[in-house]
Design a protein around this ligand. Structure first.
Ligand SMILES: Cc1cc2nc3c(=O)[nH]c(=O)nc-3n(C[C@H](O)[C@H](O)[C@H](O)COP(=O)(O)OP(=O)(O)OC[C@H]3O[C@@H](n4cnc5c(N)ncnc54)[C@H](O)[C@@H]3O)c2cc1C
Ligand SMILES: NC(=O)c1ccc[n+]([C@@H]2O[C@H](COP(=O)([O-])OP(=O)(O)OC[C@H]3O[C@@H](n4cnc5c(N)ncnc54)[C@H](OP(=O)(O)O)[C@@H]3O)[C@@H](O)[C@H]2O)c1
Length: 455
């Protein structure tokens, strides 16, 4: 039994870790002392929306990358907590693609119910994590942002749940110094209405590019050109959205592309992804990876092979989110409780290599979905996470991929069945393309007995 566990971050992954321990405690297990450090003033991670961009109120880089009018981009049934269903939280079935505030309410509902807030030190940034080879403990230096006081605490095990969609990857192109408009990254994007009436260039070929192109058009952009590097998304875009290959330069407001075409634009939004960036972790303990389904150096996607008492949660590229964080958190918990033992480093590295070689051979999103589902199954088979129909979530994700190809503005107007309760989700009262108000009360309507505070 270990004495003290430090958890960095109180977003969905950190909360999953705290909740997993509470579950064990409620079943009579002896649990280590848990201390979770969260640099923001509240919990929820990226789901804790902030209008701020650039630097936060303490002068640190803002963590938030979410923006107004963000709706779930996958069916909620594929991220449902098996021990706290949507029906339990909302008291009735709700549609499959909720807006941000509704998902935040759900995440916080479980965390509130399990009473984990008492473990969290808010406004406390982790500044440095190192390992003391003699004492065999981690030294974690934190700064209390309210008064600037730093202190170093000792932990037997550390869980890094600090997320990896906050530090933007921003390329540059010739002519940018003289571009007469805004050049920004999706990390700083907050409100589509800023771009009403404008001609926009969105750079990137993944979820942010897709969603920000649609969002800005929905809220009144005049035109949106998406520039891809590797491959076009080729969705059936609504009028006013087009895809062009990689940009080469800007000449005034005229942007050139590798196929020789040009477009005049008012603003450029880079949707070019994020960096795994852990400046607060000593280099020999720091995960170094791109946004992939199976990062290097993490056995079971969790344990840092150089020191398995250091665990990382949610560091994968994500089809699955909360379900995967729960699976990883339960597995990590059982290791920390001494219920699961790990093999030696060589065996761990062999196992990682097998997964990574399989990832390299995946042909399409359908195979990628199965790969990530297999990772989750691999963890869940060894822990006591409640049963749910994992195969149904695989099918849902594959149907969702197909729905997007059929209608990129209509895929959120579909309903899926719960892998936990079997309940079929009702359709939302307003098609997503016409739903301009994303507030929780508008999404849910006024159901008698519903308490918006989630208490
Ligand atoms: C724009 C955007 C939209 C998304 N939309 C969806 C969606 O629709 N559906 C979905 O399932 N997923 C979505 N995601 C994926 C998202 O990654 C997960 O849903 C989830 O938020 C990841 O949880 P996490 O706890 O791992 O990380 P985060 O949510 O990033 O939380 C990490 C926490 O760690 C804290 N922290 C970081 N560094 C430190 C430090 N040094 N000291 C103390 N605290 C620290 C942060 O303040 C934060 O609270 C989206 C991501 C982005 C960027
Ligand atoms: N709920 C929602 O609606 C919503 C909205 C936005 C984001 N999200 C979530 O946010 C997370 C991050 O998504 P993301 O799209 O920001 O990141 P991402 O999935 O990592 O994609 C990054 C994209 O940037 C491109 N890129 C990188 N460098 C480039 C360069 N120099 N020039 C041109 N293109 C470049 C990549 O193209 P290559 O293929 O060429 O490398 C890739 O298409 C995902 O989990 C997603 O689900 C959700």
């Amino acid at each position: 039994m270990v004495a003290r566990v430090g958890i960095i971050g109180a977003g969905p992954s950190g909360l999953a870790q705290l909740h997993a321990f509470e579950q064990a405690r409620s079943q009579g297990a002896e649990v280590p002392e848990l201390v979770c450090f969260e640099k923001q003033g509240d919990w929820g991670g990226l789901w804790n929306y902030s209008w701020r961009s650039g630097l936060d109120e303490h002068g640190d880089p803002c963590h938030g990358s979410m923006y107004r009018y963000l709706w779930s981009n996958g069916p909620k049934e594929c991220l449902e907590f098996a021990d706290y269903t949507f029906e339990e939280h909302f008291g009735r079935p709700i549609p499959s693609f909720p807006p941000r505030a509704v998902l935040e309410d759900y995440i916080l509902g479980r965390a509130g119910k399990s009473g984990v807030r008492r473990h969290i030190r808010f406004n406390t940034a982790v500044r440095w994590v190192d390992f003391d080879d003699v004492a065999r403990t981690f030294l974690v230096t934190v700064e209390s942002l309210d008064d600037g006081v730093t202190r170093t605490e000792e932990f037997d095990q550390v869980v890094v749940a600090s997320g990896h969609f906050s530090i933007p990857n921003v390329p540059s192109y010739p002519g940018f110094d003289a571009f007469p408009g805004r050049i920004m990254h999706s990390h700083d994007f907050r409100d589509s209405q800023e771009f009403a009436g404008k001609n926009l260039l969105v750079v990137g070929g993944s979820y942010s590019a897709e969603d920000i192109a649609l969002q800005t058009k929905k809220y009144g952009a005049n035109s949106v050109t998406i520039s891809y590097r590797s491959a076009p998304m080729e969705f059936p875009w609504p009028d006013g959205i087009e895809e062009l290959p990689e940009m080469t330069k800007a000449d005034g407001r005229t942007v050139g592309f590798v196929d020789g075409s040009t477009r005049d634009v008012d603003a450029i939004i880079f949707c070019t992804g994020y960096k795994h960036h852990f400046p607060f972790i000593a280099s020999d303990l720091r995960l170094a990876t791109k946004n992939v389904l199976y990062p290097p150096d993490l056995y079971k996607g969790v344990f840092f092979t150089g020191n398995p008492n250091l665990m990382y949660l949610g560091m994968q590229d994500q089809f699955y989110t909360f379900t995967m964080f729960d699976a990883e958190a339960w597995y990590a918990r059982d290791y920390m409780l001494g219920r699961i033992s790990l093999p030696g480093r060589e065996e761990m590295e062999k196992d990682i290599a097998t997964w990574r070689s399989r990832e390299g051979s995946l042909a399409d999103p359908v195979e990628q979905i199965d790969f990530q589902a297999d990772h989750i199954d691999d963890l869940l088979k060894e822990v006591d996470y409640p049963d749910f129909d994992m195969n149904l979530t695989r099918d849902h994700f594959k149907k969702w991929e197909h729905d997007k190809v059929e209608s990129i503005i209509g895929y959120r107007d579909r309903g899926f069945s719960s892998p936990c309760t079997g309940t079929q989700a009702p359709l939302h009262h307003t098609p997503w393309w016409e739903a301009m108000d994303d507030s929780l009360p508008t999404f849910l309507g006024t159901a008698p007995g519903y308490d918006e505070t989630g208490d």
